[in-house]
Design a protein around this ligand. Structure first.
Ligand code: ADP
Length: 584
């Protein structure tokens, strides 16, 4: 008997479960040492107390009633041999217990045995598995809005898996974005968020979510002693804040998929008193991988969405561009139509103008011709009178006759000008283009005009051209142009002025320059003077008279021979007219 007593005592003392013996009034009469580990009581403290003391308040009445009824009637409420009930620890915390009851008698007395096993761990593992099972399909399939999914995961994890859950996403390799923090108490969430803002994780810290992201290895801490918190805290305030979270244990796992780290999930235990063990780590890592896959899939989906959106945008843009192109084409067509109309209009008008011009030229030509006949008659009769064929002529009458002749000749030259212009304008002139030496033509003209130059007391110089300047032109027309230029220079240069003529070569042309120190021409009139009948200041020319046709004729002749007449001038200083003709 002593042997069996010793055997029993050894089992009683070494079993990890809490074993207690109650008397028939439900009072604890014996308890093994595991009571300290399981419920936090010193071994002797429970002896003499009712069993209900280690039950949460809400179960006590029911338990007492059931126990009494069993003693009186032998009827059990439940299968007492094994029930799951929460136990109340000495520190007031509840833990899940699996309780098995037995019964024995010693003589007249009945005793009850109770074996209480702490099943927190089993419950926790079962809870975790259940949790993973519950979110598993959710994460795998409908994970396209991955942020919402991850937030939901954090919410689901609390409190079934842990008291805290936080999800961080990688922003840069030195920064994380806290996507979600879950806890049953909103005040604690606020505190955690404040903590993260006040004391953001150091990029080079050797623990924490950023470290997990960098190393791709999960971090696990079964217990969090004060020293650990002290070492982790930046200052006293920080220490106070993290201490007040009451963390007891944590696991941080990377959110990883296809070899890429998207962030980290942190689960921590606190007020529930639960603690993670080594065996929880693979579960949390699994959760991290599932979450990583959700993010990866969402990325693929977003890429597909994005390229779809881009394609749609491009299609819309193309459509818009096509519409715009159509509008543009219609506009262009309208413009082309308008231009065709204008061209037809213009052609009509050109024809009308050409007809009018021809009529005008023909009129001028015939008028000039008709005017010349009576003028010739006047000239004839003046000559008749001067020769005194009609009787003696007094000196006075002779002077009058000279005036008549002078005016007759002037009128004749005007008419010749008009006739000439009409012919040039109507394109009726014929050109005998041949190789001619410009300096020779210039010298001829010079001989013709020199008497007038001398009469006006104007100095004239001719600048010898080094070598003959040969051009292809009609020498008669060239002479007509140079005479006109020299005549103008003479006309618009006051007495005592200077006149200079020269010729040279330049870029495929031969040139004649007639330079004077006369009145010059306003810049605004430089082109107008080449128009027919334009005279800058008629008062100047009244004496020498003119029609305003000389330059128009000269330019037309020059252009008809593929040359031109141009002018440079400075009012008050003089002008230089240049005739250019194609070089022979
Ligand atoms: P006209 O000499 O018969 O007036 P032109 O056609 O030869 O006609 O010349 C037109 C106008 O150009 C002249 O009336 C004059 O105002 C201006 N002009 C021509 N040559 C000169 C010149 N060398 N200096 C200043 N003005 C000139």
């Amino acid at each position: 008997m002593a042997d069996s007593e010793a055997r029993y005592k050894s089992i009683f003392d070494t079993t990890p479960d809490l074993v207690l013996i109650l008397d028939e009034t439900g009072i604890v009469v014996s308890v093994n040492e595991s009571v300290e580990r399981v419920l936090g009581y010193p071994p002797d403290q429970l002896i003499g107390s009712p069993l209900s003391q280690i039950m949460p308040e809400r179960y006590r009445d029911q338990h007492n009633r059931g126990f009494r009824r069993y003693l009186e009637t032998g009827i059990r409420n439940l299968d007492w041999r094994s029930i799951d009930l929460p136990g109340l620890r000495a520190d007031g915390r509840e833990i899940p217990l699996s309780i098995s009851f037995g019964e024995f008698s010693e003589g007249e007395r009945r005793f009850f045995t109770g074996i209480l096993r702490d099943v927190s761990r089993e419950k926790q593992v079962a809870g975790t598995l259940e949790f993973l099972a519950s979110i598993g399909p959710g994460l795998a399939s409908s994970s396209l809005d991955f942020k919402a999914t991850l937030k939901a995961v954090a919410q689901l994890a609390v409190p079934s898996l842990a008291d805290w859950c936080a999800v961080d996403l990688v922003q840069t390799d030195r920064k994380l974005e806290r996507l979600s923090v879950a806890h049953t108490d909103p005040a604690k969430i606020a505190l955690a968020l404040e903590l993260a803002t006040l004391y953001p994780p150091k990029p080079d810290a050797s623990r924490g979510a950023l470290h997990v992201v960098r190393t791709r290895c999960s971090e696990f801490r079964a217990a969090i002693p004060v020293e650990f918190l002290k070492a982790a805290a930046c200052d006293d305030r920080h220490f106070e804040m993290i201490s007040s979270l009451g963390l007891t244990s944590y696991v941080i796992a990377p959110l990883i998929a296809h070899n890429r780290v998207y962030g980290a999930i942190t689960v921590a235990q606190a007020e529930s008193g639960r603690q993670f063990t080594e065996s929880d780590v693979p579960l949390i890592e699994d959760l991290g991988r599932r979450a990583g896959l959700a993010i990866h899939d969402a990325g693929l989906y977003r890429e597909a969405q994005e390229s779809n959106r881009l394609l749609e945008e491009q299609a819309t843009e193309l459509e818009q561009q096509t519409e715009e192109a159509q509008v543009l084409a219609e506009e262009l067509e309208a413009q082309a139509e308008e231009q065709r109309r204008i061209a037809v209009d213009l052609a009509q008008r050109t024809e009308e103008v050409e007809i009018a011009n021809r009529v005008k030229s023909e009129f001028l030509a015939s008028m000039s011709h008709e005017l010349r006949t009576p003028l010739n008659a006047i000239s004839g009769y003046v000559e008749l009178l001067e020769m005194e064929l009609r009787g003696p002529v007094t000196d006075e009458q002779r002077a009058d006759l000279a005036r008549i002749r002078h005016n007759q000749q002037h009128l004749l030259s005007l008419i010749n000008d008009v006739l000439n212009f009409a012919k040039v304008d109507a394109g009726r002139l014929e050109y005998r283009i041949e190789r001619i030496a410009l300096d020779e033509v210039l010298k001829n003209c010079e001989a013709m005009i020199l008497p007038q130059i001398h009469a006006r007391r104007i100095s004239y110089t001719y600048h010898e051209c080094g070598e003959p300047v040969l051009v292809m032109a009609d020498s008669e027309k060239v002479q007509q142009i140079i005479l006109n230029l020299l005549g103008n220079a003479l006309k618009f240069t006051p007495e005592g002025g200077k006149l200079r003529a020269s010729c040279d070569h330049a870029e495929g042309v031969g040139r004649v320059h007639v330079r004077d120190t006369g009145v010059g021409i306003e810049p605004s009139k430089l082109e107008a003077i080449f128009e027919p009948f334009v005279q800058v200041d008629q008062s100047l020319t009244r004496e020498g008279s003119g029609t305003g046709l000389g330059l128009a004729i000269s330019r037309s002749l020059a252009r008809a021979m593929n040359g031109d007449v141009v002018v440079e001038s400075e009012p008050g200083k003089g002008s230089t007219f240049t005739l250019t003709l194609p070089r022979a």
